[in-house]
Design a protein around this ligand. Structure first.
Ligand code: ZN
Length: 182
């Protein structure tokens, strides 16, 4: 990614009370985004998954049930990844919490040689109860070129960032930054 590019990513979807609104806003602003989905959510909400697939946005796997790699044995972790990716079918993976051991990654990669692991470096904390809309907004304006931003496609998070996301996109572009796929 170039020094004037930033990537917007959304984890934990799909969800009936946030995904379609989010996709609409991104489409309106013509912003590419990458969505790391949970298999358990895809299973529950297949129609919203179809909406995501037909949106033109990029889709990645975020496992089936959002296990913490540091607290899970590698075989269980592998099974959870595999169960998720049977539904999601993507060549990019973001480990839940960003936590995965070397052993778990080697195990997954030996069965999925094409798979790429996608971490992030900018987490403004939309999921955090202590972070309100104003604080989230302040943090998001601190983004810099090269950053990979993680937000969440969940109603509690959407409620926090939706009031300012559109204006933020405009302001960030006015700084000369470009949104790109991860
Ligand atoms: Zn997550």
């Amino acid at each position: 990614m170039g020094s004037h590019q930033i990537a917007l990513t959304f984890d934990d979807g799909p969800h009936p009370d946030s995904t379609s609104q989010l996709l609409e806003l991104l489409k309106k602003c013509n912003v590419p985004s990458t969505h790391f989905l949970l298999g358990k959510q895809v299973e529950k909400f297949p129609n919203i998954f179809q909406l995501l697939k037909s949106s033109g946005q990029k889709i990645g796997s975020h496992s089936f049930s959002h296990l913490n790699g540091w607290q899970t044995n590698h075989e269980v972790y592998f099974e959870d990844f595999s169960k998720g990716n049977l539904l999601i079918n993507s060549s990019i993976f973001r480990p839940p919490y960003g936590k995965i051991t070397n052993r778990q990654w080697r195990f997954i990669q030996s069965a999925n040689p094409e798979l790429k692991c996608c971490q992030f470096n900018f987490m403004p904390g939309d999921f955090d109860d202590k972070v309100d809309t104003q604080l989230l907004k302040d943090r998001m304006y601190q983004v810099r070129g090269g950053d990979i931003i993680v937000l969440h496609d969940r109603p509690d998070c959407w409620d926090k960032y939706s009031p300012f996301l559109e204006q933020w996109i405009i302001d960030i572009r006015n700084r000369g930054l470009e949104f790109v796929f991860l």
